[in-house]
Design a binder for this molecule. Structure first.
Ligand code: 4AD
Ligand code: MG
Length: 434
């Protein structure tokens, strides 16, 4: 038999009411009454119920329908009927079935499976309605991010993945050989984005970053995607304003464009509707006092852990900026507050509902002398960073930027328990398969 040709996707059937169409699909489930079979079909674009009536099709077609198991692949031909009771609003009256393959023993059944089992079958787990909805929302977030920057005069710039030196400290670098030299997978494209900002003014990058962090938490991935804008002639305060507008734009874009997906994953959207700029701010100093008052054993100079961030975020129904951390616990490139050099002009943006830090950003050091001092304090090789120093030597300007973690943002917007569901194939501590 000749292979049938698809005439439309499930999402498009509305344009073919009363007409005959052929759709390529997988079977999600089926039931049969002896005289009539109901096939739940999926093609990636949507769901449709196909109905086979024994008295209206050939014996061969009826038998083909009965053979179909979960995830079997087929071409189905039928007439599109409007049906307000069915989820998509349409039904297919089947005239022909062309089996591509009968799937034998699909491992993910409608019963409950453990997380390890699902993670081992991630390549198949992606077919579930919930996982597909999450990936669609992720794609919408990416679209909203690009749109936000493209509309505001930023140029997309791609920093390298293989680098000769670190950006965020040396403790969690992935090392590899670069012929005879040592190289590292990038932890952040920021330093390169600073060079790009000196060429193009406002730039952003969007790419994978790698951190060999021995953290097995629901917020940490080994490979994650980061969006890193960098802006010349922009200070700390202006940087925060860009960030809150950016986050508002992403959330509102998902609300406007992903209603079905948010419903599929049962996200409480009232919490997302409140995400509008401006966002509250709390200084590091006040955050420490706040935590101490609530009985946390934390001193000025300590970094926050997940429980601290969660407790601070719980006081707000929007993301909150924690500003001006101690210079000592932050990266070498952050600009000290001229009034108070023991703190830097930086902020972490903490998402609501316990999702933790989604953005880290700062104003950068623009003074060549101070940058040299920082290299020494952090024991960084001036040789490896010579090019970065050139940015301060030839026309240095105030500049700022930040990094948004895509997966943590997806986890928060989708209301997910763990970042493992936010990326198609998560790289986690001790998991590189599939
Ligand atoms: O705060 P971080 O380390 O900042 C930087 O890398 C800066 N160079 C960014 C910049 O200013 N251009 O990382 C930025 C964000 C975090 O706020 C978090 O959302 C995410 O990246 N992130 C992770 N996401 C998942 N898994 C991990 N292991 C992550 N580490 C950081
Ligand atoms: Mg950070």
């Amino acid at each position: 038999m000749q292979t049938p040709e698809c005439t439309c996707s499930i999402a498009q059937v509305g344009a073919y009411v009363t007409q005959q169409v052929t759709i390529g699909a997988w079977l999600s489930k089926s039931r049969s009454s002896g005289k009539i079979q109901f096939l739940q079909l999926r093609d990636g674009s949507g769901f449709i119920q196909a109905v086979l009536v024994k008295s209206e099709v050939t014996e061969e077609v009826w038998q083909a329908g009965q053979q179909l198991t979960q995830e079997s692949s087929l071409y189905v031909t039928g007439v599109v009927r409007e049906d307000p009771r069915s989820p998509g609003g349409y039904e297919l009256s089947v005239t022909n079935v062309h089996i591509i393959q009968i799937a034998d023993g699909y491992p993910i059944t409608p019963k409950e499976h453990g997380v390890d089992f699902l993670m081992d079958h991630r390549h198949l787990w992606l077919r579930s309605p919930r996982q597909r909805a999450i990936l669609r929302i992720r794609a919408q977030i990416v679209r909203a991010i690009q749109q936000f920057f493209d509309e505001r005069g930023f140029t997309l710039v791609d920093p390298p993945i293989l680098t000769p030196s670190s950006c965020e400290g040396t403790t969690n670098l992935f090392q590899t050989k670069y012929f005879d030299e040592d190289a590292y997978l990038t932890q952040s494209g920021q330093l390169y984005m600073e060079a790009a900002a000196m060429a193009l003014g406002k730039v952003y990058s969007f790419g994978p970053t790698f951190r060999a962090e021995k953290s097995k938490t629901r917020r940490h991935l080994i490979e994650f995607w980061m969006i890193e804008p960098e802006m010349a002639f922009v200070d700390h305060e202006q940087n925060l304003r860009v960030q809150e507008q950016f986050i508002e734009a992403i959330v509102q874009s998902v609300l406007a464009n992903c209603r079905d997906e948010l419903q599929t994953i049962e996200r409480d959207t009232s919490k997302l509707q409140q995400i509008q700029a401006p966002f509250p701010r709390i200084s590091y100093d006040d955050a420490i006092r706040f935590l101490q008052e609530r009985g946390h054993d934390i001193q000025w100079g300590d970094d926050f852990g997940a429980p601290h961030e969660t407790e601070i975020a719980a006081s707000y129904d929007k993301p909150v900026f924690i500003t001006c951390y101690p210079t000592e616990i932050k990266a070498f490139y952050m600009k000290p507050d001229p009034q108070r050099p023991e703190v830097v002009l930086c902020a972490d943006l903490i998402a609501p509902e316990g999702y933790g830090e989604i953005i880290g950003g700062s104003q950068r050091i623009d003074d060549p002398q101070l940058l040299t001092e920082r290299y020494e304090e952090h024991e960084l090789s001036t040789e490896a960073y010579q090019w970065y120093m050139d940015l301060r030597k030839y026309g240095t300007v105030p500049h700022s930027g930040f990094g948004l973690g895509l997966e943590r943002t997806v986890a928060w917007i989708c209301g997910l328990e763990h970042v493992r569901e936010t990326i198609p194939f998560p790289r986690l501590l001790y998991r590189l398969y599939p």
